[in-house]
Design a protein around this ligand. Structure first.
Ligand code: S3P
Length: 440
């Protein structure tokens, strides 16, 4: 699917599930590999990014297999993965550089793990990943005693594992990837590792480490991991649907008149659901039901009906809780009455693309009134959009946000380089079609 073509649409309707959560899938693989015993992961997301973690772990000597299935599977259902954990000290030196492809989570979390191993490894990836900042994870790890050679603050990273020491870190940016890298390194440290966050970054690592019996305490924005002589217990987990994938459907159903879509079994961890609060403040008709828990994470069914929206201001901690949802929020803002302002979101500049620059450029091409700010953007609405050729910039979330824009634009929207959607949401186009969207 190098290009995706979207046409304006009749109402979207249906009751669906989205694929498993990307952040949790990475963590289940990585922590399962370090557990003592066999972990079973259902609902794993087989996306490009998560498969990068899987391949790197295999190169580190971790055996990962599928549960044999006898019964026929439903469409979109994947067999459970089995991770044969090697314990904290069982990884093997890789024989070649580890390729993280385009996955920042793979690279940053693995850096934390590899910093404490008794061997050398090299982490590399696609040019897009080699442009992303790594100093934020390398520098605090060096303070723990890690020996890491970077390339002017970027990957490739050459990591010579060392005995690490516990450290007290105050993070300058609220990043779950950095926090998680430090906690993973902390498993190998000789004393407590303290991570103080400036905002509520996603807490999946803390939840999973707790479930595995690690000695971890969370006090508001401070996390303390103490080394333990006990091994990590293996996981048996069913991964909830990814809220960040559901986000595209929630906005699409809000914007296409007459729509009603229910997404079942989606993760609603409060460190991830800032978009729900923002859409509700904009006047969206969204209801949660069937609240429960799955894999130590809150889940719910989310139902959305189309509605008129008004502009909103987004800043502060809410930004952290919806850091991946700004491309699609921007699409919603083009259809909202009044001005939408996003501030405190400079982190968007160092995602898979510079999401302030690329969202502004591509939405302007469709007719949006949007201005970049150093740390966000300003959007005036409502504005009619007109289909044309647009580009994903190899950024999966931008590609899907543009697909949502295409549903309400006049004429045909052609998204070039749309194959990156596979990085987080395999099956996106067919799921959209199952709701009635015209896309191919
Ligand atoms: C992620 C954390 C976020 C997010 C990314 C996934 C994670 O990045 O943008 O898509 O799984 O920890 P940062 O930690 O850099 O904010």
């Amino acid at each position: 699917m190098p290009r995706l073509i979207i046409r304006p649409n009749k109402p979207l309707r249906g009751h669906i599930r989205v694929p498993g959560d990307k952040s949790i899938s990475h963590r289940a693989l990585l922590l399962g590999a370090l557990a003592h015993g066999t972990s079973r992961i259902s609902g794993f997301l087989p996306s490009g990014d998560c498969l990068a973690s899987l391949t790197c772990l295999q190169a580190l000597g971790v055996e990962i297999t599928h549960v044999p299935v006898s019964a026929p599977r439903k469409e979109g259902e994947h067999p459970a993965l089995v991770v044969h954990g090697r314990g904290l000290y069982g990884l093997r030196a890789p024989s070649a550089p580890l390729n993280c492809v385009r996955s920042g989570t793979t690279m940053r979390l693995l850096t934390g793990i590899l910093a404490g191993q008794p061997f050398q490894s090299i982490l590399t990836g696609d040019p897009q990943l080699l442009r992303r900042p790594m100093r934020r994870v390398v520098e605090p790890l060096r303070r723990m005693g890690a020996e890491i050679r970077d390339t002017d603050g970027h990957a490739p990273l050459t990591i010579r594992g060392q005995q690490l020491r516990g450290c007290d870190h105050s993070l300058p940016v609220p990043s779950a990837q950095v926090k998680s890298a430090l906690l993973l390194a902390g498993l190998y440290a000789d004393g407590p590792t303290v991570v103080r966050q400036p905002g509520p970054a996603r807490d999946h690592t803390e939840r999973m480490l707790t479930a595995m019996g690690a000695s971890i305490a969370v006090n508001d924005l401070t996390v303390i991991l103490s080394p333990s002589s006990l091994p990590l217990s293996p996981l048996s987990i069913t991964i909830p649907g990814d809220f960040s994938s559901a986000a595209f459907l929630l906005v699409a159903a809000t914007l296409v008149p007459g729509s009603e879509v229910t997404v079942e079994n989606v993760g609603v961890n409060p460190t991830r659901t800032g978009l729900l609060d923002v859409l509700q403040a904009m006047g969206a008709d969204i209801a949660l039901s069937h609240a429960g828990e799955q894999g130590n994470e809150p889940v719910a069914e989310v139902t959305v009906r189309s509605s008129e929206l008004r502009g909103v201001q987004v800043s502060g901690d809410t930004v952290v809780r919806m850091i991946d949802e700004f491309p699609v929020l921007a699409v919603a803002a083009t259809q909202s009455h009044g001005t939408t302002t996003v501030r405190d979101a400079a982190e968007l500049r160092v995602k898979e693309s510079d999401r302030i620059a690329t969202v502004v450029a591509e939405l302007r091409a469709l007719g949006a009134r949007i201005e970049p700010l150093p740390d966000g953007f300003l959007i005036e609405g409502p504005t009619p959009l007109y289909g044309t050729g647009v580009d994903s910039h190899n950024d999966h979330r931008l590609a899907m946000a543009l697909a949502v824009a295409g549903l309400i634009a006049e004429g045909e929207t052609v998204i070039e380089n749309a194959e990156c959607i596979e990085d987080s949401f395999p099956g996106f186009a067919s799921l959209m079609r199952s709701l009635g969207a015209t896309c191919d």
